[in-house]
Every structure is written in structure tokens, then in C-alpha cells.
Design a protein around this ligand. Sequence first.
Ligand SMILES: Cc1cn([C@H]2C[C@H](O)[C@@H](COP(=O)(O)OP(=O)(O)O[C@H]3O[C@@H](C)C(=O)[C@@H](O)[C@H]3O)O2)c(=O)[nH]c1=O
Length: 183
Amino acid sequence: MNIQPTPIPGLMLVETSPHEDARGVFTRLYCERTLAHLIGQRKIVQVNHSCTFLTGAIRGLHFQYPPHAEIKLVRCLKGRIWDVAVDLRRDSATFLCWHATELSPSNSRMMLIPEGFAHGFQVLEPNSELLYLHTASYTPDAEGGLRYDDPKLGISWPLNVTDLSARDAKHPLIDRNFRGLSQ
Ligand SMILES: Cc1cn([C@H]2C[C@H](O)[C@@H](COP(=O)(O)OP(=O)(O)O[C@H]3O[C@@H](C)C(=O)[C@@H](O)[C@H]3O)O2)c(=O)[nH]c1=O
């Protein structure tokens, strides 16, 4: 596993190393020892999987408010996605900045999204599948969302949007009183 920084402090790319032989491929997806300095005392408590049918579909942007904030490790198991994280940490020098990277089985990369970030993605190939590792349990009452097309974020999605949940279409726009998430 090789951990690469991004322009946003704390947001990391985790490059994994597939071992290929005549039978196929073996890849370590999570290593407590290697990620200890990023995960701290937290534990992976939930593992989620999603499949998104349509190229151009967007899911997000989602986060959980404290005390249910979570670290997410996101990997694309099938297809190809454009994965986006937005810094919502109060007092961060990169507050409201976003960073995106392509994830696919062939680049064997994961995005490690710290607490205090929103996350979303756009599907670049049909039937793209994602695996998420979470350090907090899903808590619907603590869920927050941002609009994928919020002008305050100015995210330049690579494709036209072909599908979006009713919930994701209704997230509020960021207003001038939004100070970000406390850590
Ligand atoms: C996230 C989640 C959803 N659900 C349920 C709620 C709902 O009925 C159904 C689909 O949920 P959603 O519409 O929220 O699914 P989705 O829009 O795919 O939500 C995901 O979006 C990406 C961007 C993330 O970062 C994820 O953490 C997660 O929030 O699954 C769970 O039971 N457990 C979970 O952990």
C-alpha cells in the first residue's frame, strides 16, 4: 500500500498493489498497521457496496454531522467512477475546496476521505460498483448533503448528469451562514 497526499491536507489516495499470478489477482484492501496514522483509534464498523447502472449518474454529496462523522475508504470494484471529496472542516485553509480522482479496478486506487468532508461520485461506465469502508455507523438523523451543482463549490463534473436521487436533488445550497463542520 502506498499513500499519496492530495492538494487538500488529510485527503489521501491509497494505492494498493495487486499480486498477480497464474490463478488471478490478490489485493490487500485494508491494513490497520499501514493506515494507523490516518485512522487513529477508529475502527471500520460498516462496509457498504453500491452498483450504479447509468453512465453519468451522480450520488452525493453526502456526509454525517458530528458526533457521527466518519472516515470513508472508497474503492471501485467494477467500471469506473470520478470520485469527489469536499473539505467542510471549519477553519480549514482549504474550506470548500474539492478534489477529484478517477477510481477503477485497473488503477487499484482508493480515496481516503477524512471526517469533515462531503463525498460524491459520477459514474463513467455502466454498472459501476463501489465498496466503502466506514468508521461510523449509518445514522440517518445525522446525514447532511450538499448539491452536486452548488455554485459555491463549482465542481466540474466530467459528464452530463443522467440520474440523481430525489434526495440528492433537494439538498440545500450552501448559504453565507455555513461555517463548516467542527472537528
Ligand atoms: C448509506 C446507507 C444507506 N442505507 C439505505 C438508505 C436508503 O434506503 C438506501 C439508499 O441510500 P442512499 O440513497 O443514501 O444511497 P447513496 O446515495 O448511494 O449514499 C451513499 O452516497 C455516497 C456518495 C456516499 O458517500 C455513501 O456514504 C452513501 O452516503 O440504502 C442503509 O441502509 N445504510 C447505509 O449505510
